[in-house]
Design a protein around this ligand. Structure first.
Ligand SMILES: [Zn+2]
Length: 224
């Protein structure tokens, strides 16, 4: 048993190095995370952490009607824990619709909702997820989490002129957002919130999901 555990542990460690959070998703206990219940794991046994996730859950349900994705939630209250899981400088990270991990700076309702939004959107899209550009996924996560760093109070929610936000739709997201720049999120949030506001809000997002699953092309559905 010990040999098997060691071999498995080594394998998990290698995989985690390649894909951040994958190892801890498969085996939270191997990374020092404790089970808080409801598939929430943390490096400290603080029940308030589960309340943060429950509050984020309600925000997802408010937007989507219900939460269909059930990602495992991995919470780190120390930087060492987050690095051990494979995390970097980000506040949180979603691993497909399998799991999300939160750094010490990300253990709050807004960031938890942001990462849950990624998981929910991708779960509902299924294989059509590959049709959706990253800027839309990110802008939607900011909108669903009502992140005041990137969106102003309504009705005009953009924090920068729309014509300065629009280039995000044609730029390479990863080069734009890499290096920890907030501007890409400001741009994406502006474009998505304006599009959603003009097309019926959450209902428009659910409609896009249905149509993409039926084979429609993203660029035909969302014209910012
Ligand atoms: Zn995101």
């Amino acid at each position: 048993m010990v040999v098997v555990a060691v071999l498995l542990g080594a394998g998990v460690g290698t995989a985690a190095y390649a894909v951040p959070g994958l190892g801890a998703t498969a085996c939270p206990g191997c990374y020092g995370l404790q089970d808080l219940g409801d598939d929430v794991y943390a490096d400290t046994h603080d029940p308030r952490l589960r309340d943060v996730i429950a509050a984020a859950d309600r925000r997802i349900a408010t937007f989507y009607g219900e939460r269909r994705s059930h990602p495992r939630v991995l919470i780190c209250t120390t930087a060492q824990c987050y690095r051990r899981l494979g995390g970097g400088g980000e506040k949180g990270r979603a691993l497909r619709d399998w799991s999300l991990m939160l750094s010490p700076e990300g253990v709050n309702e807004t960031i938890a909702t942001h990462e849950l939004s990624h998981g929910e959107f991708r779960q509902r899209l299924g294989s059509a997820r590959s049709e959706v550009p990253q800027w839309f996924d990110e802008g939607l996560a900011v909108l669903v989490s009502d992140d005041v760093r990137y969106l102003g109070p309504g009705p005009e929610r953009c924090k920068l002129p729309y014509d300065q936000a629009l280039p995000v739709t044609t730029a390479d997201w990863w080069s734009l957002a890499g290096g920890g720049s907030d501007r890409a999120y400001l741009q994406a949030a502006c474009v998505v919130s304006r599009w959603a506001g003009a097309n019926g809000g959450a209902a428009a997002v659910l409609d896009v999901i249905d149509r993409l699953r039926a084979g429609a092309v993203f660029a035909d559905l969302v014209r910012p």
